[in-house]
Design a protein around this ligand. Structure first.
Ligand code: GTP
Ligand code: MG
Length: 170
């Protein structure tokens, strides 16, 4: 018997942290050094196979600029999964990510939430958020945690795979 499942997933986080880049890396295997800020939101899909189940991700890549904040509930409402992204070089973006997580947790308790510390390839001496800070916040709130790089592709497939595995059996 072939099974299939659709998962609505929303990407949230401050402008410039790399949400669109993560989506582009995941869906098309590409990276753009000079991507433009998203206006409103973008929609992408990708279907993968998890243990014989076809999982179709409906990905809403939201705009991080603050003037779009009021639109976000339209995209995360009813979504079983979210990836909240920050930039490991920016404590500001991490603080913004923690606010997104708290907003999501106030709306729903069921959601699978990934906290992604992106631009790990740039960390080195530019690092502004330690891996422990990310991991501790994630553990405290029951989130999946990973540091990612849309540029190298590090852990990008893994975060979607983790979501799919968690939701495949529902
Ligand atoms: P908004 O659409 O405004 O919310 O921004 P966004 O979160 O979608 O950011 P976007 O993906 O447009 O990336 C912003 C900039 O960061 C672009 O110049 C990207 O090339 C760069 N960038 C994104 N991810 C990475 C990464 O993992 N490593 C490096 N080095 N640069 C990245
Ligand atoms: Mg974008």
């Amino acid at each position: 018997v072939s099974r299939s499942k659709q998962i609505k997933l929303v990407l949230l986080g401050e402008s410039g942290v790399g949400k669109s880049s993560i989506a582009l890396r995941y869906v098309r295997g590409e990276f753009n050094e000079h991507g433009e800020a998203t206006i409103g939101a973008a929609f992408l899909t990708k279907t993968i196979n998890v243990n014989g189940c076809a999982i179709k991700f409906d990905i809403w890549d939201t705009a991080g600029q603050e003037r779009y904040h009021s639109l976000a509930p339209m995209y995360y409402r009813g979504a079983p999964a979210a990836v909240v992204v920050y930039d490991v070089c920016s404590m500001n973006s991490f603080n913004r990510a923690t606010l997104w997580v708290k907003e999501l947790l106030q709306q729903t308790s069921q959601m699978v939430i990934v906290l992604a510390g992106n631009k790990a390839d740039m960390a080195g001496e530019n690092r502004g958020v330690t891996k422990e800070e990310g991991k501790d916040f994630a553990d405290e709130h029951g989130l999946i945690f990973a540091e990612t790089s849309a540029k190298t592709g590090m852990n990008v497939e893994d975060i979607f795979q983790s979501v799919a595995v968690k939701l495949a059996s529902d």
